[in-house]
Design a binder for this molecule. Structure first.
Ligand code: G3P
Ligand code: MG
Length: 248
C-alpha cells in the first residue's frame, strides 16, 4: 500500500477559529499563515451541488434557515456565511466545492474534503464529491468521511484519490474496515485514542490523524506516537514551518 504523504497540520474547517468556518476567507487565511493543508466539509444542495458546510441546517453559520439538502444551490449562493462569525466577514458566501478546490490549487494547499452527507444521501454525496475531485492532480486532495457508504461511492468515482475513514473512537475491527474500504488512513478524535492504540495504528501501515488538537504539547505527543497529522482550530498556536510544533 502506498502511504499517503500527509501535511503535518490541517486547518480545521478552513481557517479554524480565526475565520468563519468552511469559507474561502478561512482557506485563504490558513494559506497566509503558512498552512499546507486545510480540511473542510462538503454537503449536497437540493439540486445536487456540493457546498462547504458542516451542519445539515443553515442557521448556525449563515443568515439562512432550513435544511441544506432542501435548498437549491442558487439560494445557498445568496446567503451570508460570514457575518454570524463576525461582522468583519459580512458578505462572505457559502462556497461550492469547485471554488474551494480551485482556491486550494491556487494556494498550493492539500485539501482534505470531508464528505458530509445529509441524512439518507450517503451514496450520492460520495459519488458526486468523488466525480468532482477525480479531475484534481494526485496528492492535492484527500477524501474522508464518517460514512462508509459515502467512501465506497467516492472510491468508485475517484479510485486514485486517497481516502481516510473518520471515526471518533476506532472500533476493534478498524483494520478490516480500512482494508474493505481501500482507505489509506484513519482519522479519529484525539480524545478517543485508547491506551496503546496510537502505537498499534502507527505500526499498521495505515496513516492516522487526529482531530481537533489545539494544544501544541498534545500535538507533539501525537506526532511522537506516530500520528501523520493533526487538525486544529487554533492556527495561531502552531508554526507550520516547524513541522507542527508550537510557536515558541
Ligand atoms: O475531519 C475531521 C473533523 O472535521 C471531523 O469532525 O464534525 O468537525 O467535521 P467535524
Ligand atoms: Mg469536518
Amino acid at each position: 500500500m502506498n502511504r499517503y504523504a500527509y501535511p503535518r497540520l490541517f486547518a480545521h474547517r478552513g481557517g479554524g477559529s480565526l475565520a468563519p468556518e468552511n469559507t474561502l476567507a478561512g482557506i485563504r487565511l490558513a494559506a497566509r499563515l503558512g498552512y499546507r493543508g486545510v480540511e473542510f466539509d462538503a454537503m449536497l444542495s437540493a439540486d445536487g451541488a456540493p457546498v462547504l458546510i458542516h451542519d445539515e441546517r443553515l442557521e448556525r453559520t449563515t443568515d439562512g434557515a432550513g435544511l441544506v439538502a432542501q435548498t437549491p444551490l442558487a439560494a445557498l449562493r445568496r446567503l451570508d456565511a460570514g457575518a454570524r462569525f463576525h461582522p468583519a466577514f459580512a458578505g462572505e458566501s457559502l462556497p461550492t466545492l469547485e471554488q474551494a478546490l480551485a482556491a486550494c490549487a491556487a494556494l498550493n494547499l492539500t485539501a482534505n474534503v470531508e464528505i458530509k452527507p445529509a441524512e439518507g444521501a450517503d451514496r450520492v454525496t460520495g459519488a458526486t464529491v468523488g466525480r468532482i475531485v477525480a479531475a484534481t492532480p494526485a496528492g492535492a486532495v484527500l477524501l474522508s468521511s464518517f460514512s462508509e457508504e459515502a467512501l465506497a461511492a467516492a472510491r468508485a468515482a475517484a479510485p486514485d484519490c486517497p481516502r481516510a475513514w473518520l471515526t471518533d473512537a476506532p472500533p476493534p475491527d478498524w483494520r478490516q474496515r480500512l482494508e474493505r474500504l481501500g482507505c489509506q488512513g484513519l482519522h479519529c478524535a484525539a480524545t478517543q485514542l485508547a491506551p496503546g492504540l496510537a502505537e498499534e495504528l502507527a505500526g499498521s501501515g495505515f496513516a492516522f490523524a487526529c482531530y481537533t488538537v489545539n494544544d501544541p504539547a498534545a500535538a507533539a505527543a501525537l506526532f511522537a506516537a506516530g500520528a501523520a497529522a493533526i487538525f486544529t482550530d487554533r492556527l495561531d498556536r502552531f508554526d507550520p514551518a516547524a513541522a507542527g510544533l508550537g510557536r515558541r
